[in-house]
Design a binder for this molecule. Sequence first.
Ligand SMILES: [Fe+2]
Ligand SMILES: [Fe+2]
Length: 260
Amino acid sequence: MSVEVYLNRNIKEIITEFPKIEGILDEYSIGCGTCGEGLCLLKDILEIHYLEEDLETELMARISQVIYPDNQTTFPKSERKPHGKNEIKYSPPMKKMVNEHVLIKRWVALIPKVIEHIDLETKEGLQLINDGIDFIRNYADKYHHAKEEDEAFKYFDEYLHIIKVIKNDHIKVRGHVKAMLQAISNKDKNSLVKHLKSYSKILPEHINKEDEILYPWMDRNLSTTQVGQLHSKFNEIDDKYGEAPKKYRAFIEKLEENYN
Ligand SMILES: [Fe+2]
Ligand SMILES: [Fe+2]
């Protein structure tokens, strides 16, 4: 099979045929083996992960050695757009979303303590867990995801694998939140803990995918005009939410103070 055929093949299939490739990709922090979707084509992976040029050449040489152990076949060089992964320079709207992730990560870091203090029997205990879920639903989901799903993604084909992967993460998170609310109303502490833990496992990986892969990729593929449009849309969203984000920041700060 020619190299072009492999570039256009689904990575899961390639890994099934050549299991060694999973480990090689892993060495370059490309976790396709453990990715739940695995829908990307080999060429998409190169475009999405956007390794530095020499690293990409090295990676492709190693992959071709596995596929064609007997002869030296090289993959054609992929087309490259400015700036590599090492110094991520975000456009202002992407930077805004990266900054919002910082607060979300601070919340995720607090979850083990929140779990330790879960009390579904007292008013204070319920207040704390409900405030936490309110943060997830209204800050992380509505306010932040509104920027991703309702605005930024609109510029891209919804069937692109990278968009699907991110949207599927959002769907999973919403599922856990729904289950948390159900657990609270059933006073089922075990189930609440289980879903909080699953949530806090998905979120850091999700945020990394966005900060390191999705947002730089979007920046490379949006025109300057589109970035400008996105920026003003985001400002409109911020205006609409007014003081609410401040309230959520205060909630996180208070919790940090209480637990540290
Ligand atoms: Fe997201
Ligand atoms: Fe995000």
